[in-house]
Design a protein around this ligand. Structure first.
Ligand code: NAG
Ligand code: NAG
Ligand code: NAG
Length: 490
């Protein structure tokens, strides 16, 4: 679901980066940094690199390229070159795969012959900065070649996404110490993440999500890492305390693994962290609480589907989480009262606490949560009035879900009219409810309210709404991450 936006961001935001700096090459050839249209018409592609490109293209089923006399001047989508001061073009970026309708990189499934491969000729591109394969080689699943560890030290972006790769991640990739982006998302990679990845100290983005990786989350030592995505694997270690050393983290997604133990307190020191998704794991304790000064930038916290039975939420857990707009704590077995500090989150829009064992009443200060758009409290042990103003109820509409509690009710002056047909909820005072019904006669309002209530009962509640809320946080996070990538001096 996120694949295309992510890729578009990667492509649109990383490519400009690659054209914005001058880099001194290991062989001392300095590439000239300026719009390529401004260069001498005499510039030609380096002949060795040109032969390498022909071989790489041939291996992916694009032998048409061999009829192009000069690959850098041929300028197809998917190849980028930069000239040096001696009017020789060098290949800096190669991209393959049908990314979107308007970004037609060369195809890479070699349909007529089958058996497309990633040619080792990539090793003969000494200026390569980006290698990008998306939905390639799928018809003929193959391991990630270990020779990629010998790619040019200039390489800063390696994307092998949704390619059907099998087998383990080669240890050798850890030799690519200049890597800033490593994206192996959506393959069928097995075994564990190489512990040697701790040497990738320049990483900004590490995405190994949607694979079959098991074992432990390695110690990472990447002060610039802003996006860590390991979701949908079989990782079963604890979350390493050392993750807090990656002080630039903006997004951490470890959801849908088998991660155990507690959530380290040290994570609260991540001052740029916007999204923390640890949902659907086996975490048993340590709700990540702010306690006044932690998680200052956090916008989305998603922990649902971890069984924390008998854990109560500390009263001051959310104090100071002024940016938090999405909090998903469904189905965790949480006990005790809803803390007051939940009613002090000025930015909260989406709050899911359904299917826990929360008891007591909804804190009165929830009345002040004027950004709230979606509240799920169903399936708890809550009692007492729902403390919302009429406008808040109307705004939330079908996204207010409070059924299946011990004794929640609508207050008449809270504007509950028309809500009484909702299953399991009635007015706090039935007699005054009847009075209210009389006074409504003839105002026309009754009709409007009841048609709205009818809509309520027939609407299907989309569980996707929470995902889209998370995504809407997650995209700015990526834009920001990519901004960081552009801003860093390489
Ligand atoms: C690359 O990695 C392998 C395995 O991790 C290692 O044995 C080798 O020495 C490394 N090569 C270089 C050039 O660093
Ligand atoms: C709420 O639950 C907690 C923990 O299970 C319990 O100790 C407490 O007595 C309960 N409070 C009420 C009002 O039921
Ligand atoms: C509401 O109005 C209708 C018709 O105008 C009347 O029959 C009914 O008794 C009224 N309801 C109440 C509760 O007074």
């Amino acid at each position: 679901m996120h694949a295309i936006p992510l890729l578009l961001l990667l492509v649109h935001l990383l490519r400009p980066c690659s054209a914005e700096f001058t880099m001194v090459m290991p062989d001392s050839t300095t590439l000239v940094d300026a719009p390529q249209t401004g260069f001498s018409i005499h510039a030609r592609t380096d002949p060795d690199e040109q032969r390498a490109v022909y071989e790489i293209m041939e291996a992916t089923g694009n032998s048409w390229s061999s009829s192009i006399p000069d690959v850098c001047r041929g300028r197809w989508h998917g190849i980028e070159c930069m000239p040096d001061s001696g009017d020789t073009y060098h290949v800096v970026s190669l991209s393959f795969g049908a990314l979107s309708e308007d970004t037609a990189f060369p195809t890479c499934d070699a349909a007529p012959r089958g058996g497309a491969t990633l040619s080792s000729a990539v090793l003969r591109l000494p200026h390569l900065r980006t290698l990008f394969f998306y939905r390639c080689l799928v018809a003929d699943p193959q391991p990630i070649p270990a020779f990629l560890g010998r790619l040019s030290p200039t390489l800063h972006s390696l994307v092998l996404r949704d390619n059907g790769h099998i087998g383990p991640i080669p240890q050798e990739l850890a030799n690519l110490t200049s890597l800033q982006v490593l994206d192996l998302h959506g393959n069928r990679l097995t075994a564990s993440i190489p512990s040697s990845f701790s040497s990738l100290t320049n990483l900004r983005l590490l995405d190994l999500g949607s694979n079959q990786l098991a074992g432990v989350i390695p110690e990472l030592n990447s002060p610039f890492l802003s996006v860590l995505d390991l979701n949908r694997n079989f990782l079963h270690s604890q979350i390493p305390d050392s993750l807090s050393k990656c002080q630039s983290l903006i997004k951490i997604d470890l959801s849908r693994n088998r991660i155990m133990g507690s959530i380290p307190n040290s994570l609260r020191s991540l001052k740029d962290l916007i999204l923390l998704d640890l949902s659907h794991n086996s975490l048993t304790s340590g709700l990540p609480c702010s306690l006044g000064n932690g998680f200052p930038a956090l916008q989305s916290l998603v922990l649902k589907g971890n069984d924390m039975s008998s854990v109560t939420i500390p009263g001051d857990c959310f104090t100071g989480m002024s940016e938090l707009n999405t909090l998903i704590l469904s189905g965790m077995g949480l006990e005790g009262p809803m803390p007051e500090s939940m009613g002090q989150m000025p930015s909260i829009r989406v709050l899911h606490l359904d299917d826990n064992k929360l008891n007591g009443s909804i804190p009165q200060n929830f009345r002040g949560l004027d950004k709230l758009r979606e509240l799920r409290l169903e399936g708890n042990r809550l009692v007492g009035p729902i403390p919302f103003a009429r406008e808040t109820m109307w705004r939330m509409g079908k996204k207010l879900r409070v059924s299946n509690n011990l004794g929640l009710c609508f207050e008449m002056d809270g504007g509950g009219e028309g809500l009484e047909s909702m299953v399991g909820i009635s007015y706090c005072d039935p007699e005054s409810a009847a009075n209210k019904g009389e006074t409504k006669n003839g105002t026309g309002e009754t009709k409007r309210l009841s048609s709205w209530t009818g809509g309520w009962q027939t609407s299907s509640f989309s569980t996707g709404s929470s995902a889209s809320s998370v995504a809407s946080c997650f995209l700015p996070a990526l834009v920001f991450a990519a901004g960081v990538l552009c801003a860093v001096s390489l």
